[in-house]
Design a protein around this ligand. Structure first.
Ligand code: ADP
Ligand code: MG
Length: 722
C-alpha cells in the first residue's frame, strides 16, 4: 500500500543528528544554564534581597513584596542577556497539561516610543482569561478572570526555541474568589499541611532546629517512541494518543529482548538531545533505559522537592514531545498506546524530610531501633489504609483504566509492600515490641575475582501499587500521561492526617505520664492492629488477591467511573477541608472536571473508531471482498471449480464490521440524555464495549485482507521499525 510504504520510506529521512556531550565542557556551562537559580540570584541581587528570597525558597517563608521589583529587574536583565524578549506565566490547569500566556517586556511609554520593562507586579501576578480552562462550574464564563501567582520555590527558567526564547515563571492558577483551578495550588497547600504535622512529630522526638518539612518526589517516566511517518498515517494515534485498531504482531514482547537492551542508535540521539535540554533547565535527568515493550523507554530524573519535581516533570514531557519531533519521532505518553504489549506508567517515588533531620523514611541498619523512622512508616500505613480510595482516585483516567490490573501494572486495589525486614519488625511491634532487625545479607556469586555484593534487606515487589524500596515508597499506579501533582497532593494530605493523629496520641500519652518510648510502642501497635490489613507482600496480580483484598475490606475501584465519586465522599471533604487543601466547592469542581474529561476522551475515541472503520477499514475490506468475488466468478466462468472459503470468511467479517459500526453509532446516540456520572457510566458500559466490537472485526480483517490494500501502519511496523 502506497501510504504505508511511503511511511516506511520516509523513516530514513527522519533521522536527525544529535548534539553530544563534550566532556571538556564545564558542567556548570550546561546544568542550570537557563535557570534563574539561587546561585544566579546570589550573583545578581543585593545581599539583603537575596537573603530574603533564599529564605522564601528554603524555609517556605512569605516573599517580601518590597523585593519583587528588584528580583524582577535582575531577572529581566539576565534573561535579555540570553536573547529573551517575552515572559510567560506557566501554569498547570486541570487538563493535566501545561499552559502559558506570553507577554512582551516591551512597554509603550506614551510618546510613541517604548522601553523594556518587567516589574515586580508582573513577575508575581498575572491575569490570564480563565474561561477556556476546565473549572467544573467554579465560575460562570462571565466571571472569566483567573489569576496566576509565582511559586517562588520553583525557579524561573528560559525556554529556548529557534523562533525566540521565553522567560518562564512557574505559577499557581486560581479564580477571582481564590479557588484553585490548577494542580500546583493544592500541592503547595498540602505540602504546608504535611509540614506542620511532621514538625509536631519531630518536636516530640526532641529535635531542636526543625526546618520546614518537604515531600520529595522522583518520578520515573515510561514512554514510547514511534516514527512520525507512521503516526501521521494513523488518525487514532494522532488524535487520541493510542491505537484504536491493530492486530497483534507475530512477535511481541515475549522474548524479553528489549528490556534493558542496547539502546537503538537513533533513540540514543534523541536521549542525548533531551538530556542536554533538560540539564540546561536544571532538570536532573539521570537514568535512561529500554523498557519492557518494543519501542518503549524510560527516563528517571533524580528526586526533588515535590512541587519542583512536578513542574520539572511537566517540563520533561513537553521537552520530550518537541525534541522527539526533531528526530522524526512522536513521543507517546498514553498509558496504553498498543493493546497486547505493556503500557506506560509513571512511578511516583516519594519520601519526607528536611535539611536538618534528613530523610525520615531512611530505616538505617536497625529499623527496629529507629523509632522515628517507624513512626513515619506507620503513618504511611495508616494513611494508605484509610485513604486507599483517594489514592486510587488521584491516578484515575480513561487512559490509565486500560493499564491498571492488566498484569503489567498494579491492580486498582491499593495495598502496601513492606519487604521482609520491615514486615518482620512490624510483626514484632504487634506482639509487644521490636527487638531485632533481619540483617542485610552478603551475596556470594561464586566468582573469585568479584567482591561480595551486599544484598538488600528486602526484595522488590513489582506487583504492589505502593512498595517500600529502601528509603522511600514507590507509588506505581500512576499513568504515564498524568501530572505527579495529583498523587502528591493526596499523599501529602493523608500523611498530614496520619502524622496529626500520631502527634495527638503521643502528646496525650506523655501528658498522662507515659514514658515516651512506651507511648511510641503503643501508638505503633495500635496502627498495626487497625491498619495492618493494607500490608500485602504477595502477588498483587493474582486472582486470589482480589478475593482476599475484598475480605480485608480494601476498596477495589476498578475504573475511573468507580473512583470519581470519592471526590465528594464525606471522608474526602472532612480530610481535605481540615487540612485546608480543598474546599467543598473545589472538590466538586474536580469531580465535575474528572467526569467531563472521561466522557470527552471516550467520545472522541468512539467518533474516531467509527470514522476509521467506515472510511479506511471497511473500504479496504470491501475491495478485497470484491477481488475474491471476481476471482470466484472468473473461475466459474472458465469452468474451473472455485473455492469460496476465503470469500465466505471475508464476507462474514465484513458484515460483522458493518453491524458493529451500526451498533457503535447507536450506542453513541444513546449517550444523549445522560448527565454527570451517569453519562460517564454510560460511556464505560455501553460505548467502550461497542468500540471493542468494531475493533475485533477490524483486527480480524487486518489478518486476512491483502497487505497492499491495508493503509494503516501495522503494530509490527510501528513497534519495530526505527
Ligand atoms: P527503579 O526503576 O529501580 O525503581 P530508578 O533508578 O529508575 O529505580 O528510579 C528511582 C527513582 O526514585 C529516581 O527518580 C530517584 O531519584 C528516586 N528516589 C531515590 N531516592 C528517593 C527518595 N529518598 N525520595 C524520593 N525519591 C527518591
Ligand atoms: Mg521504580
Amino acid at each position: 500500500n502506497p501510504t504505508r510504504l511511503g511511511a516506511i520510506r520516509d523513516i530514513e529521512a527522519n533521522e536527525a543528528p544529535a548534539a553530544f556531550f563534550d566532556v571538556a565542557e564545564k558542567t556548570g556551562a550546561i546544568f542550570g544554564e537557563n535557570v534563574f537559580s539561587l546561585s544566579v540570584m546570589q550573583k545578581r541581587l543585593p545581599k539583603s534581597v537575596f537573603k530574603s528570597v533564599a529564605a522564601t525558597i528554603q524555609k517556605g517563608e512569605k516573599l517580601d513584596p518590597a523585593n519583587a521589583d528588584i528580583v524582577a529587574s535582575a531577572m529581566k536583565d539576565w534573561a535579555m542577556e540570553k536573547g529573551v524578549t517575552h515572559y510567560a506565566h506557566v501554569f498547570y490547569p486541570l487538563t493535566g497539561l501545561t499552559a502559558e500566556k506570553h507577554d512582551s517586556f516591551m512597554e509603550p511609554v506614551g510618546d510613541g516610543t517604548a522601553v523594556w520593562e518587567f516589574s515586580g507586579k508582573t513577575l508575581v501576578q498575572g491575569e490570564p482569561d480563565a474561561s477556556s480552562f476546565p473549572n467544573g462550574g467554579i465560575r460562570a464564563t462571565f466571571e472569566a478572570r483567573g489569576y496566576t501567582g509565582w511559586d517562588v520555590q520553583s525557579p524561573a527558567y528560559i525556554l529556548e526555541n529557534p523562533n525566540g526564547n521565553t522567560l518562564c515563571i512557574p505559577t499557581i492558577f486560581v479564580s477571582m474568589t481564590g479557588e484553585a483551578l490548577d494542580h500546583k495550588t493544592p500541592l503547595l497547600r498540602s505540602q504546608h499541611a504535611m509540614s506542620e504535622q511532621a514538625q509536631r512529630v519531630l518536636a516530640l522526638f526532641g529535635h531542636k532546629d526543625i526546618d520546614n518539612v518537604v515531600s520529595y518526589c522522583g518520578p520515573e517516566q515510561e514512554y514510547f517512541l514511534v516514527d512520525t511517518s507512521f503516526v501521521n498515517s494513523r488518525p487514532d494515534l494522532l488524535n487520541t494518543g493510542r491505537t484504536l485498531f491493530g492486530a497483534k504482531p507475530p512477535k511481541g514482547q515475549e522474548f524479553d529482548d528489549h528490556y534493558f537492551g542496547a539502546i537503538p542508535e537513533r533513540v540514543l540521539g534523541f536521549m542525548h538531545d533531551t538530556e542536554r535540554a533538560l540539564f540546561k533547565l536544571g532538570v536532573p535527568a539521570k537514568t535512561r533505559h529500554n523498557e519492557v515493550a518494543p519501542g518503549q523507554f524510560e527516563i528517571a530524573p533524580v528526586f526533588e522537592k515535590a512541587n519542583l519535581a512536578s513542574d520539572h516533570q511537566q517540563l520533561l514531557m513537553s521537552t520530550f514531545k518537541s525534541i522527539a519531533k526533531v528526530h522524526g519521532f512522536e513521543c507517546l505518553f498514553h498509558e496504553k498506546p498498543f493493546a497486547g504489549v505493556n503500557g506506560s506508567g509513571k512511578h511516583v517515588n516519594f519520601s519526607f524530610g528536611n535539611g536538618n533531620q534528613g530523610n525520615f523514611l531512611n530505616p538505617g541498619d536497625n529499623p527496629h531501633d529507629n523509632a522515628q523512622f517507624l513512626v513515619f512508616c506507620a503513618a504511611v500505613i495508616r494513611a494508605v489504609h484509610q485513604y486507599g480510595g483517594l489514592l486510587r482516585l488521584s491516578i484515575a483516567s480513561a487512559g490509565n483504566d486500560h493499564r491498571l490490573g492488566a498484569n503489567e501494572a498494579p491492580p486498582a486495589i491499593i495495598s502496601i509492600f513492606l519487604g521482609d525486614q520491615l514486615q518482620d519488625v512490624f510483626e514484632q511491634i504487634a506482639k509487644g515490641g521490636a527487638t531485632s532487625s533481619k540483617q542485610k545479607g552478603v551475596l556470594s556469586v561464586g566468582v573469585d575475582t568479584l567482591p561480595d555484593l551486599t544484598k538488600d534487606a528486602g526484595d522488590r515487589n513489582r506487583t504492589s501499587p505502593m512498595a517500600f524500596t529502601g528509603n522511600r515508597f514507590e507509588f506505581r499506579a500512576a499513568g504515564s500521561n498524568q501530572t505527579v501533582a495529583a498523587p502528591m497532593v493526596t499523599i501529602n494530605t493523608i500523611m498530614a492526617e496520619a502524622l496529626d493523629y500520631i502527634a495527638t496520641e503521643l502528646e496525650a500519652a506523655i501528658s498522662a505520664g507515659t514514658e515516651f518510648n512506651a507511648a511510641v510502642q503503643s501508638v505503633l501497635a495500635k496502627i498495626v492492629e487497625q491498619h495492618g490489613a493494607v500490608v500485602f507482600n504477595g502477588n498483587g496480580y493474582s486472582e486470589e488477591w482480589h478475593a482476599e483484598a475484598a475480605q480485608r475490606g480494601l476498596k477495589n475501584l476498578r475504573t475511573t467511573v468507580d473512583a470519581l465519586p470519592e471526590y465528594t465522599s464525606p471522608e474526602a471533604l472532612k480530610l481535605f477541608s481540615t487540612y485546608g487543601v480543598f474546599s467543598e466547592a473545589e472538590l466538586e469542581s474536580r469531580f465535575e472536571v474528572g467526569v467531563e474529561q472521561y466522557v470527552m476522551t471516550i467520545n472522541v475515541e468512539a467518533n474516531l473508531t467509527e470514522e476509521i472503520a467506515k472510511t479506511t477499514i471497511l473500504p479496504a475490506s470491501v475491495r478485497y471482498q470484491t477481488e475474491l468475488a471476481s476471482n470466484v466468478a472468473a473461475l466459474k466462468a472458465a469452468g474451473v471449480e472455485a473455492d469460496t472459503t476465503d470469500l465466505v470468511a471475508v464476507s462474514e467479517l465484513v458484515s460483522a464490521l458493518r453491524t458493529s459500526i451500526t451498533e457503535l453509532s447507536t450506542a453513541q446516540a444513546g449517550a444523549h440524555g445522560h448527565e454527570g456520572l451517569a453519562e460517564a457510566t454510560y460511556y464505560r458500559d455501553a460505548v467502550l464495549p461497542a468500540m471493542l466490537k468494531v475493533r475485533e472485526a477490524a483486527d480480524a480483517l487486518e489478518a486476512v485482507v491483502a497487505d497492499d490494500l491495508w493503509s494503516l501502519p501495522t503494530y509490527q511496523e510501528m513497534l519495530f521499525i526505527r
